[in-house]
Design a protein around this ligand. Structure first.
Ligand SMILES: Cc1cc2nc3c(=O)[nH]c(=O)nc-3n(C[C@H](O)[C@H](O)[C@H](O)COP(=O)(O)OP(=O)(O)OC[C@H]3O[C@@H](n4cnc5c(N)ncnc54)[C@H](O)[C@@H]3O)c2cc1C
Length: 413
C-alpha cells in the first residue's frame, strides 16, 4: 500500500465519521475514511435514529429512501413503573421532518450513508484499515499512520478527524485527554423473540423494585436492556444464568414464556456505561468528534444522533476553509464551541436521571405509591411529555446542513 495525501482523513466509520465524510465530500472536499472493521455488521450498539437526524436526511433528499429500509417507528415512549404505565415522551408534536423515532439496525444505517458517499468521486472509504497513530510535524498534526490488509502506510492531510468512538486510539496519540464524569450503571443487552400476535407493540421500559428492563420492539424480536449497578455483572454471573433469567421474567412478565431462549452468558453483552468529555477537542490539524469527544450514557438513546450533529456542525464550519486551504486552529475551536455545550447539557440531564432515578430504583428505593416526582408530573400533565420528546428527539442546538450542492429545502433555524 502506498502513502498518499488527501484534504481530510477521518479515523472511524461510525455515525460521526461517515456522516462527516459524506458531507465534506458532497461539498467538494477530498476525504478518506479509515474503518478498522471489514464491515458494519457488529454487535448491537444502538439502533435509534431520532427526528433530528430524520430532518437532516430530509435536508439531503434521502429521507424517503431511508424510510424504505426495514424499520419500526416509535411515536411515544412508555414506562411501566411498579405496574403503572406512564408515557414519558410524546414525539407526535416535535418540529421535525417526521414526528417519530426510527429503530433501524445501525449497520443498515451505516451501509445506507456509506452507499450515498461512495457515489461521490472525492470520497474514499477504506474498510479493514486501522488508524494507528497521528503524525506530527512541528507541533502540528499532519496525518495518520494506518494499517490495512496490505500493510502499513501513511495518509497526510491538513485535517485529521478522530471519529473512532469512545475507545479512541487517536485522541491519546494526539496527547489529548478526557474527563470521566462517572456513571453508576452498566447495561446488559440481549435479544428475545417477539410474539406478533400477543405482545404489546410499544417500545418502553419496565421498572420494578431493584430492576429496570427496557424493551425495544425490533419486529421479530425484542432488543432488551437490563440495567445493573456499575460492576455488578460478576456477581450476577456467580448467581448463574438461571437466576438472571428469573430476574428478567419477574420484572417483564410478558417475556417469561421465552426467557429460556437465553441459553448462556454468551447471549448477554455488557455495555460498560461511560460518561466523559474532553476539555479540549482539537489541536492544530486535528479534531475529535462524536463519542471520541464525549462518550454518552445510553439514557435517551442519543449517542448516534449527537455524533451526527457533531459531524454536521464540523462540515458546516470546516468545508470552506478546507476547500480554500485556509484551515486554522480557530476553525477547529469553533466546532468545539458550537457542539460542546449541547453535549455537556445532555450529559447533565443523563447524570441527573442516572443518579436521581436509576440509582435509587436499582437500590430498591421507591414504592408504587411514591413515583419519582418527574414521573408523577408526566403522568398527570400530558403536555409535559413534549419536553422529554424535544430533548431526546431534537436535542439542544439542533444543526441543519449548510454545505453541499443541494440548497436546503428548509429555512435555517
Ligand atoms: C451496546 C450499545 C448500545 C447503544 N445504544 C444506543 C442507542 O440505542 N441509541 C444511540 O443513539 N446510541 C446508542 N449507543 C451509543 C452509540 O452507539 C454511540 O454514541 C455512537 O455510535 C457514537 O458514534 P461515533 O461515530 O462517535 O462512534 P462509534 O459508533 O463508536 O464509531 C467509531 C468507529 O470507529 C471505528 N474505529 C475505532 N478505532 C478505530 C481506529 N483506530 N481506526 C479506524 N477505525 C476505528 C470503530 O470500528 C467504529 O466503527 C449505544 C452504544 C452501545 C455500545
Amino acid at each position: 500500500m502506498h502513502n498518499f495525501m488527501t484534504q481530510c482523513c477521518i479515523a472511524g466509520g461510525g455515525p460521526a465519521g461517515l456522516m462527516l465524510g459524506y458531507l465534506l465530500a458532497r461539498a467538494g472536499v477530498e476525504v478518506v475514511v479509515l474503518e478498522k472493521h471489514a464491515d458494519f455488521l457488529r454487535d448491537f450498539r444502538g439502533d435509534t435514529i431520532h427526528p433530528s437526524t430524520l430532518t437532516l436526511l430530509d435536508d439531503l433528499g434521502l429521507l424517503e429512501a431511508f424510510l424504505r429500509l426495514p424499520h419500526q417507528e416509535v411515536a411515544q415512549l412508555t414506562a411501566d413503573v411498579y405496574g403503572r404505565v406512564v408515557t414519558i415522551a410524546d414525539f407526535r408534536h416535535v418540529a421535525a421532518a417526521r414526528q417519530f423515532l426510527v429503530l433501524v439496525p445501525q449497520w443498515d444505517f451505516l451501509d445506507f450513508i456509506a452507499a450515498q458517499a461512495r457515489d461521490l468521486p472525492n470520497f474514499s472509504l477504506m474498510m479493514g484499515t486501522k488508524a494507528r497513530r497521528v503524525l506530527e510535524d512541528r507541533q502540528r498534526i499532519v496525518g495518520v499512520e494506518a494499517e490495512g490488509p496490505d500493510g502499513v502506510f501513511t495518509v497526510t492531510a491538513p485535517l485529521v478527524v478522530a471519529a473512532d468512538g469512545r475507545h479512541t486510539t487517536l485522541r491519546g496519540s494526539a496527547g489529548l485527554g478526557s474527563d470521566d464524569l462517572g456513571a453508576p450503571i452498566d447495561v446488559l443487552w440481549f435479544r428475545l423473540p417477539r410474539d406478533h400476535a400477543r405482545d404489546r407493540a410499544e417500545t418502553g421500559g419496565v421498572i420494578r423494585r431493584g430492576t429496570m428492563v427496557v424493551t425495544l420492539n425490533r419486529g421479530d424480536y425484542w432488543q432488551c436492556a437490563y440495567v445493573i449497578p456499575k460492576g455488578a455483572l460478576q456477581s450476577l454471573k456467580e448467581q448463574g444464568i438461571d437466576a438472571f433469567r428469573q430476574r428478567v421474567a419477574a420484572a417483564a412478565t410478558f417475556l417469561s414464556d421465552r426467557i429460556g431462549t437465553l441459553t448462556g452468558w454468551d447471549d448477554v453483552k455488557l455495555l460498560s456505561v461511560q460518561l466523559s468529555h474532553m476539555p479540549q477537542w482539537y489541536r492544530d490539524g486535528f479534531l475529535c468528534i462524536g463519542d471520541a469527544a464525549h462518550a454518552m450514557s445510553p439514557i435517551g438513546g442519543v449517542g448516534i444522533n449527537l455524533a451526527i450533529q457533531d459531524a454536521v456542525a464540523a462540515a458546516n464550519l470546516l468545508a470552506r476553509p478546507l476547500l480554500d486551504d485556509q484551515l486554522t486552529g480557530e476553525h477547529l475551536a469553533a466546532v468545539q464551541r458550537r457542539r460542546q455545550w449541547p453535549a455537556r447539557v445532555t450529559q447533565r440531564f443523563q447524570r441527573a436521571l442516572q443518579d436521581g432515578v436509576l440509582a435509587p430504583v436499582l437500590a430498591g428505593l421507591g414504592t408504587p405509591d411514591d413515583l419519582p416526582l418527574q414521573l408523577k408530573l408526566l403522568d398527570r400533565f400530558p403536555m409535559l411529555r413534549r419536553l422529554p420528546a424535544r430533548l431526546i428527539g431534537i436535542g439542544i442546538r439542533p444543526e441543519r446542513i449548510r454545505t453541499g450542492p443541494v440548497a436546503s429545502p428548509h429555512p435555517a433555524p
